[in-house]
Design a protein around this ligand. Structure first.
Ligand SMILES: Nc1nc2c(ncn2[C@@H]2O[C@H](COP(=O)(O)OP(=O)(O)OP(=O)(O)O)[C@@H](O)[C@H]2O)c(=O)[nH]1
Ligand SMILES: [Mg+2]
Length: 568
């Protein structure tokens, strides 16, 4: 039975376990919304008496979420042993601020704050968590309260105050919360990073060896940086086995949430792809925005896409990623949809639902098909010219666009960010001795390139099939370059491009000493260059010419054979 009432301009109702209560009891519960606690009190003595009496009568816990002005924002009813706090997403938090709500609830079993109470305090960033123990006559006995700490003391994230008697409730509650919050904010100002949009804590939950986990985290950092996110902390959690449902325990998650609060982060970024049930179980527990590596990559793509085709492809990838993660519940989903801070072409409004996502996917697929028809025509025209095509490929940030620019004196965007290039570019180049070739630069690769992106970018990647020679640019100054080479080669195989000849080019040699460069040249069997220095490119040009000559000979040979067959 629900009794809705209009108080202070909004419809209010009693939340939680109200089934089986008498109408008069529900009315008394609803009337609690009319009460106000003076700011200095954690809860007024009269209100605590009323709540305890009612709680004793109905043999269920009653909780009040009280705002900073002392008004009751929520009245909650639980069971004899516990109480559930509803979704508080609409309430502010982040940026080092507490929730603006404190929870005061009854304990019918005379026990102090429980582990669950402290978890809620942490996971929801509540101003305070308090439990009033109810004596055997239904009267308040004492109040146990705790608050978060701006800085951990001996590993503790919260402070539990000494129990308060009914005469001690006037404890300058408002002052305490204000000073806590300003302490959180002060700590935060000291750590602010300029120019970044959002602040994130990175998390890797892994069974991999330490080195592998650290490398992976280093790359996640770069991805975050490329998305203009300030990384305020990174946590690697080693596990013998990764829990497929929860990924990490509640305790660990609450530590992360407190860490995020202390560092002013409003975003948790997981290094592994979170499956739908993991996203749900994590977002159910915390009001922080939660995303995974795939989403981060999708978000970078969304920021970078310039052409119509690129934009459609990215939005498609984002929606396809989203679809299985949409639940009827709407909460986890709403935090997923906007991407990071809700930007990019894939930015989809919160009221999004499955059907609309499916409709949008169908619409985008249709538009993409028509854009790609034009691309296919351009491609056919280019192929008709019969010029050899050299495609520059490689791990993201390896220097592909820089090489295209130096080789063809163009000015394609090249910058120290992952995925600077999304849309393919082709330029003609006249080689020193031979005829013209076409050189193309395209999107970079990354380890575990999200499947949604591979699917969406299939047409762009298919262009690589036309290549007569793949120039694989490798950044040998990157400590992870060997892994990167392997990732690129694996992706080539998956795209069935394994047949095309590959020329390995070892870029950024200027950042290493000559002996190390020679070592890499032998080990990876490639030509060292500095893509930004034309002087270093002659050995590469010679090799390209050699390949092109062989290609041409291949063509001639082929026609000679034909000619011989005809003569015979
Ligand atoms: N020191 C040095 N830096 C280089 C060299 N080549 C490229 N860079 C730098 O590396 C960064 C990435 O270069 P890009 O050409 O954008 O790399 P990309 O492979 O096209 O990267 P994406 O398009 O993001 O996949 C830029 O900051 C370049 O200035 C080089 O030979 N030496
Ligand atoms: Mg590029």
């Amino acid at each position: 039975m629900h009794l809705n009432l209009l108080i202070r301009g909004r419809i209010i109702k009693v939340h939680g376990n109200v089934g089986g209560l008498k109408a008069s009891q529900v009315r008394r519960l609803t009337n609690l919304y009319r009460r106000r606690t003076p700011p200095a009190y954690i809860v007024s003595p009269e209100l605590s008496k009323a709540v305890c009496q009612l709680s004793f009568e109905i043999r269920r816990q009653i909780g009040l979420l009280i705002d900073r002005r002392g008004w009751i924002a929520f009245v909650l009813v639980g069971t004899y042993q516990q109480i559930m706090i509803p979704n508080l997403e609409k309430y502010r938090s982040g940026g080092g601020r507490l929730k603006g709500l404190r929870c005061v609830h009854t304990h019918l079993q005379q026990e102090p704050l429980t582990r669950d109470d402290l978890m809620d305090l942490a996971l929801l960033n509540l101003d305070l968590m308090a439990a009033i123990t109810v004596d055997k006559h239904g009267r308040p006995h004492s109040i146990h309260a705790a608050h978060l700490l701006p800085e951990g003391v001996n590993g503790a994230n919260w402070e539990i105050l000494p129990p308060l008697g009914l005469t001690q409730l006037d404890m300058d509650c408002h002052g305490l919360i204000r000073s806590l919050e300003s302490e959180f904010a002060r700590k935060l100002r000291a750590q602010r990073v300029k120019g970044a949009w959002q602040r994130a804590v990175l998390i890797g939950v892994t069974t991999a060896p330490r080195r592998v986990a650290e490398d992976s985290m280093a790359e996640l950092r770069e991805l975050a940086k490329s998305s203009q996110i300030a990384v305020v902390d990174a946590v690697i959690q080693h596990r013998r086995r990764v829990d497929p449902r929860f990924l990490m325990g509640q305790g660990k998650l609450s530590e992360l949430v407190i860490l995020a609060l202390r560092k002013g982060a409003d975003l948790l970024i997981f290094d592994q792809e979170l499956n739908p049930s993991q996203v749900r179980s994590i977002t159910d527990l915390t009001a922080l925005k939660v995303i995974d590596r795939t989403q981060l990559i999708l978000d970078i793509f969304a920021q970078r896409a310039r052409s119509r085709e690129g934009k459609i492809q990215v939005e498609l990838a984002q929606l396809k990623y989203l679809l299985p993660r949409l639940t009827g519940k709407g909460t986890a989903m709403s935090r997923l949809t906007g991407g990071i801070g809700g930007r990019g072409p894939g930015e989809t409004k919160l009221e999004i639902d499955r059907r609309r996502v499916r409709d949008r996917i169908a619409h985008l697929e249709k538009s993409l098909a028509s854009v790609q028809k034009q691309r296919a025509q351009r491609r056919a025209k280019r192929n008709k010219k019969g010029l050899p095509i050299l495609s520059i490929i490689g791990y993201t940030n390896a220097g592909k666009s820089t090489l295209l620019n130096t080789l063809t004196r163009s000015s394609v965007l090249a910058e120290s960010r992952l995925f600077a290039t999304l849309d393919p570019t082709s330029r003609k180049k006249r080689l020193p001795k031979e005829a013209e070739v076409i050189i193309t630069d395209t999107v970079g690769f990354i380890r575990e390139l999200p499947q949604e992106l591979i699917t969406a970018f299939r047409a762009t990647l298919e262009e690589l099939e036309d290549a007569d020679l793949l120039i694989h640019v490798i950044d040998i100054s990157n400590p992870r370059c060997e892994h990167q080479v392997r990732s690129v080669e694996r992706i080539l195989e998956n795209l069935h491009l394994g047949e095309i000849r590959v020329l390995r080019v070892l870029n950024k040699q200027d950042l290493l000493d000559p002996i190390t460069v020679r070592k890499w040249a032998r080990k990876l069997d490639g030509i060292p260059i500095s893509a930004n220095d034309e002087q270093t490119l002659s050995p590469l040009l010679d090799r390209i010419e050699w390949h092109v000559r062989r290609l041409k000979r291949g063509v001639t040979c082929h026609s000679e054979q034909q000619a011989a067959a005809i003569t015979a």
